[in-house]
Design a protein around this ligand. Structure first.
Ligand SMILES: [Zn+2]
Length: 163
């Protein structure tokens, strides 16, 4: 395995740990980290329910935190690792933040905007393009999501815990 691929997996493991933290809070398990020049500058997980905030997606929060940490809105030199393919909002922020690269785990057939439903990473009409590496630890990322929804359905239909 190439060194770069090994690094991608290592950083994706950190994003997966964030996703697990989200599940522990009853949030859909999606996690993200931002890496700049080999340093993790931000990590975050989905907090949409907790914060009652439609923008509280893992990678969106991680990019905002990274900008704060670096003291600049341009995330040039940064790679965003996220366990699920970014949506339009998050991919849009990647364009606006001028990120170098996005590495994601599972593809999202219902919202993926860097290759699945849309691809805003390389649209010549936009003023920035970024590299995308899909499918890193995709099975682990997808399994976290599947088991979260399985458990939630089981709870919903359980007689002990009526909804
Ligand atoms: Zn998003």
């Amino acid at each position: 395995m190439e060194a770069a691929e090994k690094n991608d997996e290592a950083y994706m493991r950190l994003a997966l740990a964030e996703a697990e933290a989200a599940a522990g809070e009853g949030e859909v398990p999606i996690g993200a980290v931002v890496v700049c020049d080999g340093r993790v500058v931000a990590r975050a997980h989905n907090r949409r329910e907790t914060d009652a905030d439609p923008s509280a997606h893992a990678e969106f929060s991680a990019m905002v935190a990274a900008a704060r940490e670096l003291g600049r809105w341009r995330l040039t030199g940064c790679t965003v690792y996220v366990t699920l393919e970014p949506c339009l909002m998050c991919a849009g922020l990647m364009v606006n933040a001028r990120v170098d690269r996005c590495v994601y785990g599972a593809s999202d057939p219902k919202g993926g905007a860097v290759g699945t439903l849309f691809d805003v990473s390389c649209d010549p009409r936009l003023n920035h393009e970024f590299a995308v590496t899909p499918g890193v630890l995709a099975d682990e990322s997808a399994e976290l999501l599947r088991s979260f929804f399985r458990a939630r359905r089981a709870r919903r239909y359980s007689t002990r815990e009526p909804a």
